[in-house]
Ligand binder design. Structure first.
Ligand SMILES: Cc1cc2nc3c(=O)[nH]c(=O)nc-3n(C[C@H](O)[C@H](O)[C@H](O)COP(=O)(O)OP(=O)(O)OC[C@H]3O[C@@H](n4cnc5c(N)ncnc54)[C@H](O)[C@@H]3O)c2cc1C
Length: 370
C-alpha cells in the first residue's frame, strides 16, 4: 500500500510535558497511544504519528494511506501542539514531505447546486453535486456543516489547511457562515446529495441561501457529525421541521419489521410531507398552536400523553427541535426514561431569537456551567 509521509520538529521548553498532554488529549478523541522502541505511536482513523523526544524538541513523523488521512493527522498534531504549549510559546511549525502546500480541509467538499424543489411552502429541497462523497454516506452521522459564502461574492473563499498544518480562515468579509444541516438523500456514485432547508423568513444565511439558491451556486460542506440511527426494536422520533429531514431519512432506512412512532410538529397541514416508513411505524403530524402562545409545546404534550410499553434497552429515542421545547422535553424524558444516553438523543437544533453562532455560545456556556 502506498504510504504518504511527512515530518516536523517542534521547539519546546518542555517537550515531554507537551507530549504527555497531547497523548491524553488525543485519547479523548479516540486515538490509541502506545510506546514502541523509545517512541510514542499514535493511531487515529487509520493514520499514525510517531513522536520522539529530543533536547528541547518534539519530532513528529506522520504516515497515512491517503492525503486526507495525512492532513487530518497533521491538523490533529499541529493544532494541539499550539493549543497545549504554554501561553506565548507556541512553536513555529514547518512540515517536510508529502502534502505540503495549502489544501482544503480533509473532510471539506465544495458543493454546486444542480436544482431546487419546493416541497412545501416553507421547505425547499436543494440538490448538489460534489466530488468524493463516500464519507458522507452513513446513517450513523447524519448532519454536516455547510459553509455559506456572503451573498454577492464573485469567487467563494474557503478555510484551508496551511503549510504549518493549521487552519487559516479567509478574511472576515469573505468568510462563509457555518450552519448545520442534515443530508436528506445521498448517491455517492452519481456524486449528488439533497438537503431540505426550512425557509423561516428571517435573515439568517442558511434560510436566505435556500430562498435564493440557483443552479451553479457553490457552498462548502464538512463532516459528517452527530448521532443517527441505532439498532432497536422500537423507535420514538420527535421533531419540528428542522429535525424532519433527519427523521425522514431514518424512517426510509429502517428495517421493514421496525415498530415505532414519529411525531412531527409543523406550522399547518400544508407543511406535511409524504414519508416512506415501515408499516409498523406510525407517523403523526402536529400543527403548531397559534392562538395559545403560552400553551405547552405540542411535542412535549404528545410525549407526556404517550401510552406505551415500559422503556427498555430495545427502545431508541431521537428528538430534535427548538431550544425551549427541547429543554422541557429533556426534563420530561429524564423522569420517564432510563438515564441511558446511548439510547436517547434529545437535542436543540435552533433557538428562537438567536442566530446559530449565539446559540452555540449559549450551549458552550451551559455545558461549562454543568
Ligand atoms: C445537527 C443539526 C441539523 C440540522 N438540520 C437541519 C436541516 O436539515 N434543515 C433545516 O432547515 N434546519 C436544520 N437545522 C437547524 C438549522 O441549523 C437552524 O435553523 C439554523 O439556525 C438556520 O440558520 P439560519 O442562517 O437560517 O438562521 P440563523 O442565522 O441561525 O438565525 C437567524 C434567526 O432565525 C431564527 N431561526 C433559525 N432557524 C429557524 C427556524 N427553523 N424557524 C424559525 N426561526 C428560525 C433564529 O432564532 C434567529 O432569530 C439543523 C440543526 C442542527 C444542530
Amino acid at each position: 500500500m502506498t504510504v504518504l509521509c511527512t515530518e516536523a520538529r517542534f521547539s519546546l521548553a518542555d517537550p515531554a510535558a507537551l507530549l504527555r498532554a497531547l497523548c491524553e488529549h488525543l485519547v479523548e478523541h479516540h486515538a490509541t497511544v502506545s510506546e514502541r522502541e523509545g517512541a510514542t505511536l499514535i493511531v487515529l482513523d487509520g493514520s499514525k504519528a510517531v513522536l520522539r523526544l529530543a533536547k528541547q524538541e518534539l519530532l513528529a513523523r506522520v504516515e497515512a494511506p491517503n492525503l486526507a488521512g495525512l492532513q487530518a493527522m497533521k491538523l490533529a498534531i499541529a493544532s494541539h501542539v499550539v493549543e497545549l504549549a504554554p501561553a506565548g510559546s507556541a512553536p513555529a511549525i514547518g512540515w517536510q514531505g508529502d502534502g505540503s502546500g495549502p489544501s482544503l480541509l480533509p473532510d471539506f467538499r465544495v458543493l454546486t447546486v444542480t436544482d431546487t424543489e419546493t416541497l412545501t411552502p416553507h421547505m425547499r429541497r436543494i440538490r448538489f453535486y460534489g466530488e468524493d462523497l463516500a464519507r458522507f454516506d452513513t446513517l450513523e452521522a447524519l448532519h454536516v456543516r455547510l459553509f455559506i459564502p456572503p451573498a454577492g461574492l464573485a469567487e467563494p473563499a474557503w478555510p484551508v489547511l496551511s503549510e504549518d498544518g493549521l487552519i487559516t480562515q479567509p478574511p472576515a468579509e469573505q468568510r462563509p457562515a457555518v450552519r448545520k444541516y442534515t443530508i436528506r438523500e445521498i448517491d455517492v456514485a452519481a456524486g449528488t446529495l439533497a438537503i431540505d432547508f426550512v425557509l423561516h423568513g428571517d435573515t439568517g444565511p442558511g434560510s436566505t441561501f435556500a430562498e435564493r439558491a440557483r443552479a451553479g451556486d457553490r457552498i462548502g460542506m464538512a463532516g459528517p457529525g452527530g448521532r443517527g440511527l441505532r439498532d432497536a426494536e422500537r423507535y420514538l422520533f420527535l421533531a419540528d421541521e428542522t429535525g424532519l429531514p433527519a427523521i425522514a431519512r431514518m424512517l426510509a432506512n429502517l428495517p421493514s419489521a421496525a415498530r415505532g412512532l414519529a411525531v412531527i410538529e409543523v406550522a399547518n397541514a400544508q407543511e406535511e410531507q409524504v414519508l416512506q416508513a415501515p408499516a409498523g411505524v406510525t407517523v403523526r403530524w402536529l400543527h403548531r398552536h397559534q392562538a395559545e402562545s403560552d400553551a405547552a409545546p405540542q411535542l412535549l404534550a404528545a410525549f407526556e400523553a404517550l401510552d406505551w410499553e415500559q422503556d427498555g434497552p430495545s427502545l431508541y429515542v431521537w428528538a430534535a427541535m427548538e431550544h425551549e421545547a427541547f429543554r422541557q422535553l429533556r426534563s420530561a424524558t429524564r423522569q420517564r426514561l432510563r438515564p441511558d444516553l446511548d439510547q436517547h438523543l434529545i437535542v436543540s437544533y435552533w433557538r428562537n431569537g438567536l442566530s446559530e453562532e449565539q446559540h452555540a455560545l449559549e450551549k458552550k456556556a451551559a455545558a461549562r456551567a454543568g
